[in-house]
Design a protein around this ligand. Structure first.
Ligand code: T46
Length: 137
């Protein structure tokens, strides 16, 4: 089964332009507790390199593009995020990396929990150990 879970946001635009709506417990499959935005990423810089123990997120690139790598310890897949009408669901216990940000990239992230540094697994080796412990490998 693919790690990539796309979520499509129906375009609600009209002759004035475009509009998409992202709604908690509807297109977003969890209660929304936090929204943050990644922008102004410098050329050649990659971000992420961690997994979350509990957090679920939906990431949507509202402008520009970036390449997202997801890894669950068994498989590693990558996709380009470059549409405001399409996001990806990033489940808990999935390693993520973001690369090749365009200069104008604005990545909007909707999160199921408030910010909590103790939810991060920032070492790939620890991530593998923890998914083995959970019997996910
Ligand atoms: C993720 C990917 C897609 C906060 O104080 N509050 C927040 O809500 C966030 C997201 C970050 N921070 C602080 C923590 C760090 O001092 O902002 C700083 C940069 O965060 P980080 O290095 O974790 O950023 P990324 O781009 O590597 O990862 C972020 C999210 O943290 C992460 O949950 O899944 O984007």
């Amino acid at each position: 089964m693919s790690l990539i879970k796309w979520i499509e946001f129906p375009p609600l635009g009209d002759d004035r332009g475009s509009l998409v709506a992202l709604e908690s417990q509807q297109s977003i499959p969890f209660d929304l507790k936090r929204v943050y935005c990644i922008f102004g990423t410098k050329e050649g810089v990659s971000r992420g390199f961690h997994a979350h123990k509990q957090l679920k997120q939906v990431a949507v690139c509202v402008t520009g593009r970036c390449r997202m790598v997801l890894d669950d310890g068994r498989q590693r897949e990558e996709i380009w995020l470059d549409l405001a009408t399409k996001g990806i669901l990033i489940e808990d216990m999935v390693w993520r990396e973001m690369h090749d940000f365009s200069e104008d990239c604005v990545l909007l992230v909707l999160a199921s929990e408030h910010y909590d540094e103790s939810d991060y697994i920032r070492s790939y080796n620890d991530f593998i150990v923890q998914i083995e412990k959970k019997g996910l490998l």
